[in-house]
Design a protein around this ligand. Structure first.
Ligand code: DI6
Ligand code: FE
Length: 409
């Protein structure tokens, strides 16, 4: 008779992130995996009599959580913008830098000039850093190509770098990220191109799982965003939105109107926007790295999101301009310190709720039937994941049932 499990993990306490207990904790737990799925999750004392397994992993005193999910990144690009960081510290503003040909368009120049191998080589250390902290699923946006061919290259590169690093990926087309230099002063003409050519090409080639836009005074208007969203919908693609980050554009309500998977940033979103998100089932993705890097002082409406029961996800927003961050654990700390989330809300934000922001119903909790993505941690309590500033207590990773790495204790 073949063993009951392909992999049996014992000795760990489980933060299942499901059920009524805080963190869904099961002390002295066990996790049985068959193929790429959890077959059994519970207290070790309740294990069925047949616990034969092809492989066993005993991790006494460790904690197991669902594999982490970074649901908003722009991690595929070339070059960096440390020079702009420095210029801002000498008094320049983000808008002045962008007006002078810097900002997103500086990264677009570097990215267009890089070939596919260079792009993957530049992006790979960023994804490796995320993966080393227990990230098993990542979302990667395009948006530094801003022409159809380069946007497609970025989406290809996103899938390639994810396959090389061993992380599951969801790709998002963000052609409406900025107006490219060759369309300066002609934003509507660029949106025409995105709707007429880029979205159909990307949808036709199956290169993206969703479409995003940067709806902002320095990005696209609500009217332009609507056109992008309507075109995405016509091609069967769900939408997400960079909404209300720097000003109140009623972006959250616009996202909700189009049944968006998520509305992201939300610093300036009002209560009506939150209520609309609730009705549409749109997830709030909070991005404390960008808030921190831009030294903003308006925090997202966390109390209203809680009161309306809108799920809150947390992500790195890994990008060269406003969040050069490659630590999701640091974002947990910032979400608690800057936005006053509880450590449990923060962990739900990179597991269960992040899964929902990507329409991934098969992951984000430790529960029978879910995809067997696990992060193992050398910690004493789950709050420690948000408490630390730096340091990496990740002790092992299981992705789709396969033990990827294990640090010896
Ligand atoms: N996401 C973005 O796309 C922009 N801000 C943000 O949070 C800016 C990205 C950049 O400056 O490269
Ligand atoms: Fe972003």
């Amino acid at each position: 008779m073949s063993p009951a499990f392909d992999l049996l993990i014992t000795g760990a306490h489980l933060a299942t992130m499901t059920g009524d207990a805080p963190y869904g904790v099961i002390r002295d737990g066990a996790v049985g995996i068959v193929g790429d799925r959890f077959a059994w999750v519970g207290a070790a004392r309740d294990l069925p009599p047949d616990t034969r397994a092809h492989r066993r992993l005993d991790v006494p005193g460790a904690w197991a959580t669902p594999g982490l999910i970074d649901c908003h990144t722009h991690l595929v690009y070339a070059g960096n913008r440390a020079n702009e960081f420095e210029a801002r510290l000498h008094g320049a503003t983000y808008a002045e830098i962008a007006g002078g040909g810097g900002g997103i368009n500086a990264t677009v120049r570097a990215t267009r000039a890089a070939d596919d191998d260079e792009l993957v080589a530049a992006s790979r250390p960023r994804l490796e850093a995320l993966a080393a902290e227990g990230v098993t699923t990542v979302e990667i946006k395009s948006g530094y190509g801003l022409d159809t061919a380069t946007e497609c290259r970025l989406l290809h590169a996103a899938r390639r770098v994810a396959a090389e690093v061993g992380v599951d990926v969801r790709t998002t087309l963000l052609a409406a990220h900025a107006v490219p230099a060759e369309f300066a002063g002609r934003a509507d003409d660029y949106v025409d191109l995105v709707c007429r050519e880029t979205i159909p090409a990307v949808a036709g080639a199956g290169l993206a799982d969703a479409v995003d836009a940067f709806c902002e005074t320095v990005g696209f208007t609500t009217a332009q965003t609507r056109r992008v969203f309507a075109t995405a919908g016509a091609h069967g693609l769900r939408v997400k939105l960079h909404a209300d980050q720097l000003s109140d554009m009623a972006g959250a309500a616009l996202a909700a109107e189009f049944g968006a998977l998520s509305a992201d940033h939300l610093e300036y979103t009002d209560e009506a926007g939150v209520a609309a998100m609730r009705r549409a089932g749109t997830v709030a993705v909070l991005l404390p790295g960008a808030f921190y890097a831009l030294r903003e002082n308006r925090v997202p409406p966390v109390a209203a999101l809680r009161a309306h029961g809108v799920p809150m996800a947390i992500a790195t927003d890994c990008n060269p301009g406003t969040s050069p961050a490659t630590s999701l654990l640091l974002m947990l700390n910032m979400a608690c310190t800057l936005f006053r989330l509880t450590p449990e809300e923060a962990l739900a934000g990179v597991t269960r709720h992040a899964a929902r922001a990507l329409a991934l119903g098969d992951r984000g909790t430790l529960a029978a039937g879910q995809r067997a993505d696990v992060a193992l941690w050398d910690i004493v309590t789950p709050a420690e994941l948000a408490y630390r500033i730096g340091g990496n207590p990740c002790a092992g990773i299981v992705r789709a049932g396969r033990l990827m790495t294990r640090r010896s204790p």
